[in-house]
Design a protein around this ligand. Structure first.
Ligand code: SAH
Length: 254
């Protein structure tokens, strides 16, 4: 049996938002590798499947483990939430291939896309990513806060809509507040801000506020934050939360 490595994304939460291609790859795998929380979302297919769960910190170790198993001839699925290429395992696997055993380059490696959190969050709000947007992870585990601050300021100067992954964790409670402070220097206080928690799952909540009033305390590890551009608009509705969209054309609504 020749080995195979498939890197999959489960989507944001709802089983319905996992693509059929991903479900098929999961079913066909002999070994599943990923963070425990994600493996718990993979159904039991009734086949003999080894599950190698781990905590979220050692991505490169997990990637090397997956490659080692694939090199032994196993059919390995590496499991991420959302899309595997967005702040997730696909890049870790390729980093491990680049720096690891040269024979790993001959393995059959496939990436299967998934619905990323920003897409599920945007869909719940309306169409806030309808114009040009930038995506950042606020986590400073893998890069400095200086880099993050520079990129945030540049994104604001370019008037991009900004989607923030990893806005807060127990270890990093202050960064989103600092990010809002930076953005307040560049963007008007009435700029729409969205907090989408557990988007694309049955626990989803969405808060629509403004940059002037945004409370960083609303974000946790399951929250995606979207900060609007000059083209982001609210459509008020009686007794319901407003629809939020970013116009595709510059200037006033036509
Ligand atoms: N690969 C994933 C992102 C992993 S980084 C994807 O494409 O979605 C983890 C961060 O993603 C979380 O801290 C949170 O900011 C965001 N996230 C993941 N799932 C989410 C969901 N269902 N709703 C809102 N944000 C989510």
């Amino acid at each position: 049996m020749s080995g195979r490595l498939t890197i999959v994304g489960l989507g944001p939460g709802d089983a319905d938002l996992t693509t059929p291609a991903v479900t098929e790859a999961l079913r066909a795998a002999t070994d599943l590798i990923g963070y425990d929380t994600y493996l718990a979302r993979v159904p039991d297919f009734g086949t003999e499947q080894h599950r190698h769960g781990s905590d979220n910190r050692y991505e490169l170790d997990r990637a090397r483990h997956a490659l080692t198993l694939a090199a032994e001839g196993r059919h390995v699925a590496v499991v991420s939430g959302g899309d595997p290429g967005v702040f997730a395992m696909a890049a870790a696997v390729f980093e491990a291939v680049e720096t690891g055993d040269p024979s790993w380059r001959d393995l059959d490696i496939t990436v299967l896309p998934g619905v990323s959190a920003m897409l599920a969050a945007a869909a719940e709000a309306g169409a806030p990513l309808g114009g040009d947007f930038c995506v950042l992870s606020l986590s400073d585990n893998l890069k400095s806060w200086e880099t993050i601050a520079k990129r945030l300021t540049a994104a604001a100067a370019g008037d991009f809509v900004i989607a923030l992954y990893n806005p807060a964790s127990k270890a990093r409670p202050h960064q989103l507040g600092e990010a809002f402070d930076l953005l307040r220097q560049e963007k008007p206080p009435e700029t729409p801000v969205l907090f989408a928690r557990a988007a694309g799952s049955k626990d989803a909540t969405l808060t629509v506020t403004t940059l002037g009033e945004a409370d960083a305390g609303l974000a946790d590890m399951r929250t995606l934050v979207i900060i609007g551009s000059k083209g982001t608009r609210l459509i008020p509705r009686e007794g319901r939360r407003p629809l939020v969209y970013t116009a595709r054309s510059e200037g006033e609504a036509r």
